[in-house]
Design a protein around this ligand. Structure first.
Ligand code: USQ
Length: 386
C-alpha cells in the first residue's frame, strides 16, 4: 500500500512509519512540527532529544534501506494539502495530525482555539482531499476512548442499538468527553460519519486509550529513532510519567482518589492495530470503529505496579496523592468492549513486570536529564482567560 502518515513526527506517527515500511508498505510522512513548537512555547521537553524528520528518515534509510519522503507543512493550509496529495497519490491515509494533549487543550482560550482549529480543519481538509484526489482510498483515523467518557453503562465498540417506543436504530455510541481535546475527536468522528454517508468514504476510527512505552521492534537498537517521551504535566501521559517519576525519586502524582480507570496499550500494539486496520480495510460507505486498548487499570493500580517493580530495582518509588488538577470522575464504572482488533489478529503485549522494568531502567539511564520542575506545575483545568 501507499500510506500517507499525517502527523508523522509524533509519538505514534514516526514509529508507525518505520513499522509499515518494515512490513513492506510504501510510506510518506507529513508534519508541521506543531507538537515540537508547543513544547518549546510551554518550556517542556522529552526525556531524550528527538532528531527532526529529515534526520530520522535518513537514519532509517541507512539502517533498513527504506526511503520515506518527508513533507513539512500545515494541513490546515489547503494549498499544502493539495500539493502533498498530488505528489504522493496515497491509497491509505493514517491521520494522527492533531494537537494530542488534553491538558494542553484546557490551558487557556488560546490553546483551546488552537486545538479546535487545528484538529477540525485538518480533518476537514483530509476529507475533502480524499474525495477530490483519491476517493477509493481508506482513512484510518486516530480517535480516543475519551470520546465516550466514563458512562455508567458498558461501552460498546463505536455503535449502540437503540430501541425506542417500539422502533430500533443503530447510532454512534453516546459520547461525552472530559476535555476540549477529547471533544475535538468527537467532532472529527461526526465529520467523518457525515462524509461517509454523503460521499461513501472508507473510514476506520480507532478509539485509543493512553499508550505507554518507547521501544518497538524497529527502533530497539537505535536510540536516535525513539519517539518523544514527555513526562511533563501537559504532554506526558500517566504511565510514562510515573516511570520517570520513579526513576527521579519524585513521588508518583496520583491525581485525586486514583480510581480513574482507562484502557491502556503498549506502543507496539498501537503499531500493530493501525497496520491490521490498514491491511483489512473498511468497506466503501462504512465508518468502522474499534476500541483500541488491551487492558484496563485505575491510576492507583498503575502507581502500585510501578512501585512494586521499581522497588525490585532498589528505588523508593513513593506514591503521592495530589490535588486533581482536572475535573473528572475519580471513582466510576468502566467496562468497554474491545474485540474488533483481536478478531483482526492483534496479539497483545501486556504490561508485565519485565516491560515496566525495561522502561524504568531506560529512565534511570537518562536520569540526569529529568527536570523535576516540569513534572507537576499544578496547571488547573479552570483557565482564567487568555
Ligand atoms: N493522571 C494522574 N496523574 C498524572 C497524570 C494523569 O492521575 O500524573 C490521570 C488523569 O487524571 C487521567 C488518567 O490519569 O484520569 C489518564 O491521563 P493521561 O494524561 O494519561 O491521558 P489523557 O489526558 O486522557 O490523554 C491521553 C493522550 C490522548 C489520548 C488519551 C486516551 O494524551 O492523546 O487520546 O490518553 S483516553 O485517556 O482513553 O481518552
Amino acid at each position: 500500500m501507499n500510506v500517507l502518515i499525517l502527523g508523522g513526527d509524533g509519538y505514534l506517527g514516526w514509529p508507525t512509519a518505520m513499522h509499515l515500511t518494515a512490513h513492506g508498505h510504501t510510506v510518506a510522512v507529513v508534519d508541521s512540527y506543531l507538537r515540537r513548537s508547543l513544547c518549546r512555547q510551554e518550556n517542556v521537553e522529552p526525556l531524550v532529544d528527538v532528531p527532526n524528520l529529515h534526520q530520522r528518515t535518513a537514519l532509517w534509510e541507512s539502517i533498513a534501506g527504506h526511503h520515506i519522503p518527508v513533507y513539512i507543512g500545515d494541513l490546515t493550509d489547503w494549498m499544502f494539502v493539495t500539493e502533498v496529495f498530488r505528489r504522493f497519490s496515497p491509497d491509505s491515509i493514517v491521520h494522527y495530525a492533531e494537537q494530542p494533549a488534553a491538558p494542553y487543550s484546557m490551558l487557556n482560550r488560546k490553546a483551546a482555539l488552537l486545538t479546535l482549529r487545528n484538529n477540525l480543519e485538518t480533518t476537514a481538509n483530509i476529507i475533502f482531499a480524499v474525495n477530490q484526489f483519491c476517493p477509493e482510498a481508506q482513512i484510518v483515523k486516530l480517535g480516543t476512548m475519551g470520546e465516550y467518557g466514563t458512562p455508567n453503562i458498558d461501552i460498546e465498540e463505536g455503535w449502540l442499538n437503540v430501541e425506542h417506543k417500539g422502533r430500533q436504530q443503530k447510532f454512534l455510541f453516546p459520547r461525552q468527553a472530559g476535555s476540549l481535546y477529547h471533544t475535538t475527536k468527537i467532532m472529527d468522528t461526526d465529520l467523518l460519519w457525515l462524509y461517509v454517508r454523503m460521499w461513501d468514504l472508507r473510514v476506520t476510527d480507532l478509539m485509543q486509550g493512553p499508550v505507554y512505552g518507547i521501544f518497538t521492534t524497529e527502533n530497539r537498537d537505535h536510540e536516535q529513532l525513539y519517539s518523544f517521551l514527555n513526562y511533563d504535566e501537559l504532554f506526558g501521559t500517566v504511565l510514562n510519567r510515573f516511570i520517570i517519576q520513579a526513576a527521579a525519586a519524585y513521588p508518583m502524582t496520583v491525581y485525586g482518589k486514583g480510581g480513574q480507570t482507562r484502557g491502556y496499550l503498549n506502543i507496539i500494539d498501537t503499531l500493530n492495530c493501525v497496520r491490521l486496520s490498514l491491511e483489512n480495510p473498511a468497506q466503501k460507505g462504512e465508518l468502522r470503529i474499534f476500541n483500541q486498548f488491551t487492558e484496563t487499570f485505575s491510576v492507583s493500580q498503575l502507581a502500585d505496579r510501578v512501585q512494586q517493580v521499581a522497588r525490585t530495582l532498589g528505588l523508593a518509588a513513593e506514591i503521592a496523592r495530589v490535588d486533581n488538577p482536572r475535573k473528572e470522575a475519580e471513582d466510576h464504572y468502566y467496562k468497554p468492549e474491545h474485540t474488533g482488533l483481536l478478531e483482526l489478529g492483534l496479539d497483545p503485549h501486556y504490561l508485565t513486570d519485565d516491560v515496566l522494568a525495561e522502561m524504568i531502567e531506560f529512565a534511570l539511564k537518562h536520569k540526569d536529564k529529568i527536570k523535576p520542575e516540569q513534572i507537576y506545575r499544578k496547571i488547573r483545568w479552570n483557565p482564567d482567560g487568555e
